[in-house]
Design a protein around this ligand. Structure first.
Ligand SMILES: Nc1nc2c(ncn2[C@@H]2O[C@H](COP(=O)(O)OP(=O)(O)OP(=O)(O)O)[C@@H](O)[C@H]2O)c(=O)[nH]1
Length: 432
């Protein structure tokens, strides 16, 4: 039908969206072109026709090169395709993909060149390349580790950086969920799983949690892990979750050091008074709930001023450290020994009756007597006076209990020091 309508063939040629050039293979002159070709190079027909196609090209220089190009075109039955630049009249370069083929018409040879403007495609390719580079960078170079979890197969992609963070090589660590879940610290596992479940079930906007993760050496590092569902099935159920892991071990160490500073006494390393008060309160609430007894022992170094005065503050400090060490070794891990202030200490003992507490007092005195004190030659062995009180007999609040034990301590001092005294229930008032 087309062959029977030359005007339609011409219209088709003129309206092709790609630039089309008809070229004389021998002279390289442009014999004809369509509207898209004129638009592409920004020229009038008169500026283009009878001019060499080489005037549009920067890449083909001179007739000898054209002659060999023409040979290559003749030798390519599907057309010779190359990517180059066309010169726009304004001087701008237009990236083109050119497909040129040879044909014969009425005994004469022609070349037809279709030059497609590929600037958009190149921009897209560049964009993709940039994204590839970014992804490559994120996967290999960024300090954060990435993971990508397919819920259907339970396979997890761990980025090389994530593996490196945990001490593994790029080809180690099975790509399974267990490689991660089995290495979450047992104390953190339940919490982490709960947050993850809450995100997957839509109760949380995102999965974000800090926890400890075991590395290849068996040590735990602290990580900040956050992720999000990025793909769902037709029913809206999560299919794929991606996330990022950041190593926060250093920050955690600093936080723990600050926490330690705020809650512990710098001289002896024992919990400080504030921590001791909180501990007493905590234990008291628990014993009240369980209906058990609670023992409070307050003790104070005897004649400590004399140690400072005779030997100086540094020796006094060392004596305090030694007392903390020696008596700390005598109490149960569940008991809480704190430095109340100066040369006064407190021990809180859960589930302890008065007779147990008096036994403990005796043990603490005996332990002090075993120490080879640096001040002993001049001042004799270092001793302490002890006051004991028990919940609920001597008080029902933390303050009342402490006051009862402190009064007993005062009595121990008054009775000559280096002794253990129990609180007297009848003598106590119990402020609410
Ligand atoms: N080296 C040292 N001395 C301290 C510290 N805290 C308090 N002291 C000293 O402990 C001494 C306590 O003296 P006092 O309250 O008179 O008590 P004491 O001499 O032990 O006499 P009694 O308690 O009555 O047996 C004071 O000299 C304080 O300066 C400390 O951290 N290091």
């Amino acid at each position: 039908m087309l062959s029977s309508s030359p005007s339609l063939s011409l219209a088709l040629f003129q309206h092709l969206p790609d630039a089309v050039f008809l070229i004389d293979p021998h002279s390289s002159d442009i014999l004809d072109c369509n509207a898209a070709a004129l638009h592409q190079v920004g020229m009038e027909r008169s500026e283009l026709l009878s001019h060499s196609v080489l005037s549009l090209q920067k890449d083909v220089l001179g007739m000898p090169q054209w002659a060999s190009l023409a040979q290559a075109i003749r030798a390519a039955p599907q057309g010779l395709v190359f990517v180059g630049q066309h010169q726009h009249k304004s001087g701008a370069e237009v990236p083109v993909e050119v497909c040129t083929s040879a044909f014969e018409h009425e005994g004469r040879e022609y070349f037809v060149s279709i030059a497609r403007n590929i600037s958009q495609r190149l921009a897209l390719e560049q964009d993709l390349h940039d994204r590839d580079m970014q992804l490559h960078y994120a996967l290999t170079q960024a300090s954060d580790g990435l993971w990508d979890w397919c819920l259907e197969t339970n396979e997890v992609f761990f980025s090389p950086q994530l593996k490196r963070m945990l001490g593994y090589g790029p080809h180690e660590m099975r790509p399974s969920l267990e490689s991660w879940s089995e290495n979450v610290h047992p104390d953190d596992r339940e919490f982490v799983q709960r947050v993850l479940h809450e995100h997957l079930s839509g109760q949380r906007e995102r999965y974000e949690v800090e926890y400890r993760l075991r590395n290849r050496n068996g040590h735990f590092i602290w990580v900040h892990d956050r992720g999000r569902v990025c793909e769902r099935d037709a029913q809206g159920a999560p299919r794929r979750v991606v996330g990022m892991v950041h190593n926060i071990t250093d920050r955690k160490k600093t936080e723990q050091a600050l926490q330690e500073l705020a809650s512990h006494d710098a001289l002896t390393g024992l919990p400080n008074r504030r921590e001791g008060e909180q501990c007493l309160q905590r234990h008291l609430e628990r014993c009240r709930q369980l209906g058990t007894t609670l023992g409070v022992c307050v003790f104070d170094v005897d004649h400590f001023k004399a140690i400072n005065d005779q030997f100086g503050h540094a020796v006094g400090d060392e004596v305090l450290r030694q007392i903390a060490r020696v008596l700390g070794a005598q109490v149960r891990p569940t008991d809480c020994l704190s430095r109340w202030g100066g040369e006064e200490f407190m021990v809180v003992c859960a589930d302890t009756r008065l007779d147990d507490l008096l036994v403990l007092g005796g043990r603490l005195r005996a332990a002090l007597a075993q120490v080879d004190w640096p001040t002993a030659a001049v001042l004799g062995p270092v001793t302490c006076s002890f006051g004991m009180a028990v919940f609920p007999h001597h008080g029902s609040t933390a303050q009342a209990l402490f006051m009862a034990a402190d009064s007993a301590l005062y009595r121990a001092k008054a009775k000559g020091r280096d002794r253990v005294e129990a609180a007297v229930a009848a003598a106590l008032s119990d402020p609410a």
